[in-house]
Design a protein around this ligand. Structure first.
Ligand SMILES: Cc1ncc(COP(=O)(O)O)c(C=O)c1O
Length: 458
């Protein structure tokens, strides 16, 4: 029974009552429909892309509505709640910051900002690092782009081009969209010096291509497009893209890094989604063997309020004059306190190690499901709790309908997932998830598959 995300007709559900999941109403919940409809009337259509449930409370790895339903959360609020939702330490830090009666400081100094940037500098794998804070991820990627271009222009006035990869996402502001893989048919990227390169399909390629061969095709692509590498200021990429959840192979990364060094191209890693322990190491760059010039963090940096950051060496971050690179709410004292508490929780509760351990266990479970249905499940990818399950049709194309139907069926069964519209599911729970709950969620996906396809491999 395929249901579209936009469909607001309540469907009966089978009652679910496990240790962690509880479904006691039809989905969508009939009483919630007027609220969803009012949201849809007041907001643009773009905001209506999630399964039709209304979040009321989120705690640890559980999300609840106000109607008695409870889900195991495999979304983390789209990869935000790495330390778990509403962690008591983070709530206490936010309360203490509020009680201090310091809610906004602009760029005036505050102890909360000091504590957070010093912590980030200590964590940074980049030598001689500094850190600057923003609110949204897209501000951080824009900042990396500006820094890379500023540095390029110091070398040569024409060294301003930004190289990005298809299927990598860097946010919704214009520069971030130009650098990312979204289609933008109203603007000629190249005229504004953004170059889009095909990203090698490391996992799902039928061709057995070595990293050397894939890197050669990267170089060929550049030269066929007449791109002079010496005019490229920077390369921005997700070291483990959100679409494949698989880190860039080390040998490809090494070739890319050597090429970038040769041509003075800065490498900016967008770790907004894959950072902060998500992949089983604190920084996703550790998975790739590369040390980038700049790193952008966001999302899981607070597990809660909006904070993002750019890390990089003093000689790159110090380009802008005092007052020329900042943001009104960057380092907001309440948000900074939440981020600091979040980093302490990730460290003290060993959530990076938990991510690696629980992720390995879940992947094994999901892979045995994939082995059972090879005609439908193309691959189970990822590291740590950054996992994706890819579905394909007989002709090899992504099976968007199946993946999205499965996400909605999982929601109806007490496992919270989101539709991607691209033929895959993401398995990205809080890193603190009880491993038995992660197993249960993986088993529910398997059961949903049987229900959606009548147990048949396509
Ligand atoms: C890899 C990556 N970069 C950048 C962004 C943009 O972050 P924000 O939505 O906070 O602006 C996102 C958000 O999904 C992301 O996943």
């Amino acid at each position: 029974m395929a249901i579209a995300v936009g469909d607001l007709n309540p469907r009966p559900t089978a009652a679910v009552d496990s240790q962690w999941r509880r479904i006691v109403t039809p989905i969508p919940v009939p009483e919630s429909i007027p609220m969803i409809e009012r949201l849809r009337a007041a907001e643009p259509r773009s905001m209506a892309g999630m399964p039709p449930i209304v979040w009321h409370e989120a705690e640890g790895f559980l999300v609840r509505d106000a109607f008695g339903n409870q889900w195991i959360d495999l979304t983390s609020g789209i990869v935000v709640a790495n330390a778990g939702h509403s962690h008591p330490r983070i709530l206490d830090a936010i309360r203490a910051a509020i009680d201090q009666k310091l809610l906004a400081t602009y760029a005036f100094s505050s102890n909360a900002r000091l504590q957070l940037v010093e912590k980030l500098v200590a964590l940074s794998p980049i030598p001689n690092s500094k850190a600057i804070l923003f609110s949204s991820g897209t501000e951080a990627t824009e900042c990396m782009i500006s820094l890379m271009r500023g540095r390029g222009r110091q070398i040569n006035p024409h060294k301003v081009a930004i190289l990005g990869f298809t299927n990598h996402y860097h946010g919704r502001t214009l520069g971030a969209q130009l650098a990312g893989g979204q289609s933008l048919d109203w603007i000629d990227r190249e005229r504004v010096h953004y170059l889009q390169m095909p990203f090698p399909n490391f996992q799902n390629s039928c061709e057995d291509k070595s990293a050397d061969a894939l890197f050669e095709s990267f170089l060929t692509h550049l030269s066929e497009r007449g791109v002079d590498p010496d005019q490229i200021a920077g390369l921005i990429l997700e070291p483990a893209p959100g679409t494949t959840t698989e880190p860039i192979p080390r040998d490809f990364g090494a070739a890319l890094a050597a090429w970038a060094r040769r041509h003075d191209v800065l490498i900016g890693f967008d770790e907004i989604q894959c950072g902060c322990g998500r992949t089983g190491t604190f920084f996703a760059c550790e998975q790739t063997g590369m040390t980038p010039d700049l790193i952008a963090l966001g999302k899981g940096l607070t597990s809660s309020l909006p904070v993002s950051a750019v890390l990089g060496p003093a000689d790159i971050l110090d380009q802008a004059e005092p007052g020329e690179m900042s943001s009104t709410h960057g380092g907001n004292p309440v948000c900074a306190a939440a981020a600091l508490a979040n980093l302490q929780v990730i460290e003290e509760e060993h959530l990076v190690e938990a991510s690696a351990r629980t992720g390995a266990r879940v992947r094994e479970r999901l892979r045995s499901f994939a082995d059972e249905f090879p005609a439908s499940v193309r691959s189970v990818n990822g590291v740590g709790l950054f996992i994706s399950i890819h579905f394909h049709q007989p002709d090899g194309q992504p099976d968007v309908e199946l993946a999205d139907a499965l996400a909605l069926e999982a929601v109806r069964s007490g496992v919270l997932m989101f539709t991607t519209g691209r033929g895959y599911l993401k398995f990205t729970p809080p890193l603190s998830i009880d491993p038995a709950a992660a197993d249960e969620a993986a088993d529910v996906i398997r059961e949903c598959f049987a229900r959606v396809t009548n147990g048949e491999d396509r």
